[in-house]
Write a protein that binds this ligand. Structure first.
Ligand code: KG4
Ligand code: ZN
Length: 345
């Protein structure tokens, strides 16, 4: 097996972005295309699974051709096809998995099944300045909020996770409730940028606990109740100030628990991953706190935080090096599982 010039075709269809990328040697992005469905789902105020699957199947083939063209590679020069096969919307995942399978079969190249959450973490390796192990990873997306310890490639120890809503989910639900728009994370961030935290008070849930569990459902409900109360009382209800306080309450817990996790494990590297890693306040706060604690923070470029296929190709590259290939019976799974199962001691 060749050791360099390894080109992985990455395919991502787990939710509402159809994405295809070509990544060489795990960190050279030769192409990275995302066909977003945001406009299609906006009128529903959230992702409609069947609509997402149908859109994936319409664009996946042409997007793949485009990605190869942009990479300047004939199909035959791809070394493997990596596809996100869990977690996600099952119908959406199955489109990517079926397509990847057919593509790999047609080209007679290896197929690699990638965990989407691992791929988010691997977005941190799409750079020259790669993280060094051991590290603590904060994974914050629409469906997950976890703190993981990584001692080496592809091994994850779960330190703690959310008991209820994921951070992104809380952003999305609060944005929808407050009528701030869709998608919720960027909508709350934009509203918060027009105000400051502190005018209203929301709880820093679980910050008093000496563990790495999170809970954002209570914070979401507290924000909604406060908004209802303000509206009923005829007080000056300022949505931007509520958005700023909500964002601050959530970010403060994420940052403090991440720093505590790094301290407990005595590690000097923190990796931020997932769609919520695009949040400007989270990026700013965790960078400042890490620096104050002499910890190096890794945060993917903005376009690599939200769903993309370069991260899938990157995670696929490390599986390729391990010879961890899938058979043509590769299936898709809605639940994550993998990150938990691989827990090391
Ligand atoms: O990783 P991702 O693209 O998809 C999943 O795997 O879930 O994450 C999507 C989540 C959504 O909940 C979205 O609102 C949130 O990431 N998000 C943000 C921001 N950009 C995306 N949350 C807060 N601030 C942002 N700027
Ligand atoms: Zn994602």
């Amino acid at each position: 097996m060749k050791q360099s010039g390894i080109r992985i075709l990455g395919i991502e269809t787990s939710c509402d972005e159809t994405a295809v990328a070509v990544v060489e040697d795990g960190n050279i992005i030769r192409s990275n295309l995302v066909a977003s469905q945001i406009e299609i789902h906006r009128r529903f105020g959230g992702v409609v699974p069947e609509v997402a699957s149908r859109r994936h199947i319409e664009v996946i083939a042409s997007l793949t051709e485009e990605a190869l063209k942009e990479a300047g590679l004939p199909r035959q020069e791809i070394d493997a096809v990596a596809v996100a096969n869990s977690p996600g919307l099952i119908g959406a995942l199955l489109v990517g998995v079926s397509f990847a399978k057919a593509y790999a079969y047609g080209l007679n190249k290896p197929l690699i099944g990638v965990n989407h959450m691992e791929a988010h973490i691997y977005a941190n390796f799409l750079t020259e300045n790669k993280p060094i192990f051991p590290a603590v990873c904060l994974v914050v997306s629409g469906g997950h909020t976890s703190l993981l310890y990584m001692e080496r490639h592809r091994e994850f120890e779960m330190m703690g996770e959310t008991r209820d809503d994921a951070a992104g989910e809380a952003f999305d639900k609060v944005a929808r409730f407050l009528g701030l728009g869709y998608p919720g994370g960027p909508a709350v961030q934009n509203a918060a940028a027009l105000a400051s935290p502190g005018k209203y008070h929301l709880p820093r849930v679980y910050l008093d606990r000496n563990d790495f569990e999170f809970s954002f459902s209570g914070l979401k409900t507290a924000a909604m109740n406060l908004w209802n109360k303000l509206q009923r009382s005829g007080e000056d209800a300022e949505v931007n100030y509520l958005a700023a306080e909500f964002q601050e309450a959530l970010v403060e817990v994420l940052v403090e628990k991440s720093i505590n996790a790094a301290r407990q494990k005595n590690v000097k590297q923190i990796l931020l991953a997932g769609g919520v890693a695009a949040n400007a306040r989270l990026r700013e706060r965790i960078t400042a706190e890490a620096s104050a604690n002499n910890i190096q923070i890794h945060i993917p470029a903005l376009e690599l935080c939200t769903d993309n296929a370069a991260m899938v190709a990157c995670a696929g590259y490390y599986q390729y090096l391990d010879g961890d290939f899938a058979g043509l019976d590769l299936n898709a799974f809605p639940q994550s599982g993998l990150l938990v199962k691989k827990a090391c001691g």
